[in-house]
Design a protein around this ligand. Structure first.
Ligand code: FE2
Ligand code: FE2
Length: 475
């Protein structure tokens, strides 16, 4: 099962050819997908040949192959990790029973919702990033953007396959709707808030791929535990691709910081205005971008104590991050978790049933993982001898979802008045002036080995190619 059949119209390792009805239905969806790509995918990229990796196997050693392809001709397909016929459900009320190959009737609506919500984020990010190619800081970065775009397209395929195969007519309707909603559309927006925000520039793109693709990692990891085996297997393979997206974000911000630190050292200044005048991005602006992307991303984990998390977990639909590595009973009844609540305008910690707090558990796991990378960014500053450090804002800062949306919090964790919030918001979140300044730096630099002045070159190229390799042929 690990080799992929590329002789069919839709590359796959699920023996698609044996199920003619399903194959025809997906082949019917395929041109609609291509139309969607042409309409709202990467702008002006049709004739580019991009040095992309394509999955050729689900074997972790050597799953991908690299070569120049036109993105429109990318072999989007359906790849599931190898199955284990004896796999058992390892958490919740069905623990110890055999994993499901089909959707149990009683969980159909919830599973469909989970798959649609995940599926919706994939094309959304392609839409959010569609103009960025026009202002790429280098050919290397342009290639990375396009790699992420085609893989998000493939993640959409992964979810659409499940909808078509396991949810009959409603599944096919949902698959169509995934191509109709559009990021930021007033009448038919994407499902989740952060996926309707703009990604106006490359600083935002790197923050997005660092924080928001990491939300993807945590959601996919929780789904990779699912009792619904096809969902578990497909999300496991998606995680393999996801790692590169977060790498692009983490290394992108590191390179921005390294350039900024260089300018600060050369000019012997930490004055943002002077840093900007020298064509680099000042640290306070980077911090404000971080505050924004971090806070909208942690909102993606949902409300702190919704009742559906208990249902999702106990019925085996969605586990915790690294469920298999945890040493508790994997049932969680009678256990508690501390969540933050707001009472009389103040924050307090409250102990609630763990099963109701699983969104919070996942959010806290995400926070830990995010902070580790921010620590690595600070190492760049430290090494360059710059004393400023980036900080992750308080969990309650700028929240729109859950109990914490009910207060105004400073990044350093003080409850503040409406008046103070309004007065200081411009210190904490990117302002129109910040966006305008960053936009002013976004010229297109795409000659091989050339880099825009606000970002340092990477340490090495993609797939052991040199940094000045021709990653994109413009034709
Ligand atoms: Fe994705
Ligand atoms: Fe991603």
């Amino acid at each position: 099962m690990s080799s992929i059949n590329y002789s069919e119209k839709i590359p796959n390792n699920v023996n698609l050819g044996e199920d003619r009805t399903l194959q025809r239905a997906l082949e019917g969806w395929q041109p609609n997908f291509i139309n969607w790509w042409d309409d709202v995918g990467p702008e002006g990229s049709t004739n580019h040949e991009v040095y992309l990796r394509t999955a050729v196997s689900v074997d972790p050693n050597g799953w991908a192959q690299f070569g120049h392809v036109k993105m429109r001709d990318y072999r989007w397909g359906i790849f599931l990790n190898p199955g284990d016929t004896n796999r058992e459900i390892h958490f919740g009320d069905h623990k110890g029973e055999k994993a499901w190959q089909d959707v149990p009737g009683e969980h159909r609506a919830n599973l469909r919702r989970i798959i649609v919500t995940q599926g919706d984020t994939e094309p959304a990010s392609v839409e959010q990033q569609r103009h960025l190619g026009l202002t790429a800081p280098s050919m290397y970065d342009l290639r990375n953007l396009f790699q992420i775009n085609v893989e998000e397209g493939r993640h959409l395929w992964a979810m659409v396959y499940l909808l078509h195969k396991h949810f009959g007519r409603d599944g096919r309707e949902e698959a169509e709707a995934l191509l109709q909603r559009q990021s930021g559309d007033e009448n038919n927006p994407r499902i989740l808030g952060a996926f309707n925000e703009k990604t106006p520039d490359w600083l935002a793109f790197f923050m997005f791929t660092y924080f928001t693709d990491r939300d993807g990692k945590f959601q996919l990891s929780a789904l990779a535990e699912s009792a619904f085996d096809p969902l578990a297997r497909t999300t496991k393979f998606m995680l393999t691709e996801e790692a590169h997206h977060m790498f692009v974000g983490e290394s992108g911000i590191s390179r921005v910081l390294s350039r900024t630190a260089q300018v600060m050292k050369d000019l012997k200044t930490d004055d943002p205005a002077q840093v900007r005048a020298a064509g680099a991005i000042d640290l306070p602006t980077i911090q404000r971008y971080l505050n924004f992307h971090y806070s909208v991303t942690i909102d993606l984990f949902g409300a702190d104590q919704p009742s559906n998390t208990a249902t999702f977990y106990s019925s085996g639909l969605k586990g915790r991050y690294e469920e298999g590595k945890r040493t508790d009973d994997h049932v969680l009844k009678g256990q508690t978790y501390k969540v933050l609540e707001v009472k009389d305008g103040q924050l307090l910690e409250n102990e609630v049933p763990m099963l109701n707090a699983l969104n919070e558990v996942l959010r806290d796991d995400f926070i830990k993982d995010s902070m580790a990378g921010v620590g690595r960014w600070n190492k760049v500053l430290e090494k360059a001898g710059v004393p400023t450090r980036l900080v992750v804002p308080h969990k309650a800062f700028n929240r729109q979802i859950g109990a914490l949306a009910g207060i105004k919090m400073s990044p350093d964790g003080r409850v503040v008045s409406e008046a103070e919030w309004t007065a200081r918001k411009a210190e904490w979140l990117p302002t129109p002036e910040d966006f305008a300044f960053v936009a002013s730096l976004m010229g297109r630099v795409v000659g091989p080995g050339k880099f825009a002045g606000w970002i340092a070159p990477p340490v090495m190229g993609i797939n052991r190619q040199p940094v000045d390799f021709e990653y994109v042929r413009f034709n």
